[in-house]
Design a protein around this ligand. Structure first.
Ligand code: 13P
Length: 250
């Protein structure tokens, strides 16, 4: 089996201020030094400069929570992948369920954002996941596979060698209701199996993160599952001690 490094990425969502970020970033930078896992934070656009200034030279990566599918032009409010790369970002989250649901992002648009990020040298963190209704209807695997296949169709399986996938069941995000390690493992294994159908080597090396109410208390058990390669952390990434405890669990 391929050795995959664990990655713990924080998604701050729309939280923070220059003052509060500074102590958080400083603490994460100091705490992550020497840790065996990779760590990263995805911050709101206005705070990318602060993340760059604090984290450059550290072992904590940083990036954005979204990216435009377009390279440039009359797209008021959008930020292109080239701009993020120009600025030094490493990561861009694409297809977060909050974007899919609240902003109506389709599988196709997410696939285009993924391609744009990759094309500019960013590492896309592709989020996939089912709603509670979909889980209860027994269609979890088909929903996640459909979301993944939009990207495979648009970019090809080789693109996943330079990307990260995050399985985030919508019903577990911000709810305190975590998927059990086995529930998460089952979907992670299905994701890896779908990628392996196209390319076994890419599948074996692919980091598949779990996201949805990951806390210091449940991280170790989740990250102990064979196909869970770390986490995408929302609420707990806003508290340095919690985020670092999750990194330590990885
Ligand atoms: P929570 O960790 O707050 O549930 O959020 C998960 C998430 O959406 C990360 O992208």
């Amino acid at each position: 089996m391929a050795q995959r490094t664990k990655l713990v990425a924080g998604n701050w969502k729309m939280h923070g201020s220059l003052a509060s970020n500074l102590s958080l970033l400083d603490a994460v930078k100091a705490g992550a030094a020497g840790m065996a896992c990779e760590a990263a934070v995805c911050v709101p656009y206005p705070y990318l400069a602060q993340a760059r200034s604090v984290l450059t030279g550290s072992n904590v990566g940083w990036g954005a929570q979204d990216v435009s599918a377009h390279s440039q032009g009359a797209y008021t409010g959008e930020v292109s992948a080239a701009m993020l790369a120009d600025f030094g970002c490493r990561y861009a989250i694409v297809g977060h369920s909050e974007r899919r649901t609240l902003h109506g992002e389709s599988d196709q648009l997410v696939a285009e954002k993924f391609a744009a990020a990759l094309g500019s040298g960013l590492t896309p963190i592709l989020c996939v996941g089912e709603t509670l209704a979909e889980r209860e209807a027994g269609v979890t695997d088909s929903v996640v596979t459909r979301q993944l296949e939009a990207v495979l169709a648009n970019s090809g399986v080789a693109a996943l060698a330079r990307a990260v996938v995050a399985y985030e069941p919508v019903w577990a995000i911000g709810t305190g209701r975590t998927a059990t390690p086995q529930q998460a493992q089952d979907v992670h294994a299905a994701i890896r199996a779908r990628v392996a159908k196209d390319d076994a080597t890419v599948a074996a090396g692919l980091q598949v993160l779990y996201g949805g109410s990951v806390k210091a208390g449940n991280a170790k058990e989740l990250f102990g599952m064979p196909d869970i390669d770390g986490g995408l952390i929302g609420g707990a990434s806003l508290v340095a001690a919690d985020f670092l405890a999750i990194c330590a669990a990885a």
